[in-house]
Design a protein around this ligand. Structure first.
Ligand code: M6R
Length: 365
């Protein structure tokens, strides 16, 4: 049931602190991730991994895109990420030592399942499914599985399934890094940060009233642009997908550095631009991208770390998030974008949990 919540989506958004805690439960050691969480064969298999192919659809694909940055940065493994409906019809080249990772909330998405079956004859080391539904086809047919423990997700727009996938993908990154000799102190720092994560998720969700207050600026608009850099580019993609799915506002996401290569031509006073600005190494670059938007009269909405020197002003609204560990920022910066899409949809009076033309699980091609 929805309990006291008006929609399942809102309930599921607010379940995230508990869901993230469940995704981590029993999987963290003192200073590293417990590799056994991935099954008895994981340690030897992970030791052979030289490359990863990540395959998924929709929101799960965005989780995979975030994970690419993590796996390359913290486990030193090259990663290719692809939507399942493209992957399965391509002549895929599989270098020796490649692990296939599929991501799916339902474990029944037709294209993702077909991708796994297609991959069987291609010489992969094996397959890992990161999935939310025990006993689903994807889980049954994969060599290794990591369950995301998000519980049933009813809203068609995926929220808690995404953030629990990110938590699972960080566990996977650390497990793989550990087998491959990643720096022990770095591992310990990230494990500590993971332990604090459920609490930080709750802190960010407490910004809900401030985010709701921003939503009126979108309700009458027909288009919106989402910008991020690095692992926050896929976060921007996910924010744009949420907005289009439930509010029917056309939204696009770009890596901020691509702005002047085309999309800047769209920016005017009718184009709200949402930017994700954590306090990371790319911040100065992002700030100059924001200047480009301001100079064209674009209205900016910036989600920024509380330590970032950015002020509210003419045409720029800044919403501050608590300072967080860089590595986990993609998970935390997703939350305000979920809430923003939710409130805009409520203002527009759409069917939030059952958006038109969409099904929760796409079991046909
Ligand atoms: O069950 P899956 O994770 O395999 O589903 C994949 C997509 O169909 C799903 O994420 C879809 O994009 C959601 N409606 C997004 O909110």
């Amino acid at each position: 049931s929805k309990g006291d919540y008006r929609h399942f989506m809102l309930k599921e958004i607010h379940e995230q602190p508990a869901v993230i805690a469940a995704a981590l439960e029993g999987r963290l050691g003192e200073r590293s991730v417990l590799i056994e969480s991935f099954g008895p064969d994981a340690e030897s298999l992970f030791g052979e991994v030289r490359q990863i192919h990540l395959v998924a659809c929709g929101t799960s694909y965005h989780a995979g895109m975030v994970a690419r940055y993590w796996l390359e940065r913290y486990a030193g493994v090259p990663v290719q990420v692809e939507v399942a409906s493209e992957y399965r019809y391509r002549r895929v080249v599989v270098p020796e030592g490649t692990l296939l990772v599929t991501l799916s909330q339902s474990g029944e998405t037709a294209d993702t399942l077909a991708a796994l079956r297609f991959a069987k004859g291609l010489g992969y080391l094996g397959s890992l499914a990161i999935c939310n539904v025990p006993g689903s086809s994807l889980v049954r047919e994969s060599d290794l599985t990591l369950m995301t423990q998000a519980g049933p997700e009813i809203g068609v727009a995926s929220t808690k399934a995404f953030t629990s996938q990110l938590a699972a993908l960080m566990l996977f990154t650390l497990a793989l890094g550990r087998v491959r000799g990643a720096h022990a102190d770095e591992q310990a720092t990230l494990v500590e940060a993971l332990r604090r994560l459920p609490h930080q998720v709750a802190e960010v969700l407490a910004l809900d009233p401030a985010i709701e207050a921003l939503s009126a600026a979108f309700a009458e608009k027909h288009h919106a642009l989402f910008l991020g850099r690095g692992p926050h580019f896929p976060v921007a993609l996910e924010g744009a997908l949420k907005l289009k799915e439930i509010s029917y506002i056309h939204a696009e996401a770009y890596p901020a550095g691509e702005l002047k290569h085309g999309p800047l031509a769209l920016v005017d006073g009718d184009m709200p631009v949402v930017a994700v600005a954590p306090n990371d190494a790319l911040l100065d670059k992002l700030k100059s991208n924001l200047q480009e938007v301001r100079a064209r009269g674009g209205e900016l909405f910036v989600f920024a770390d509380e330590r970032v020197a950015l002020e509210d002003g003419e045409g720029i609204r800044v919403l501050r998030l608590p300072h967080v560990e860089d590595a986990l920022a993609p998970l935390l910066y997703t939350l305000p974008l979920q809430l923003l899409a939710y409130h805009v949809a409520v203002l527009k009076g759409t069917d939030v949990d059952q958006p038109r033309n969409l099904a929760k699980s796409v079991t046909v091609e």
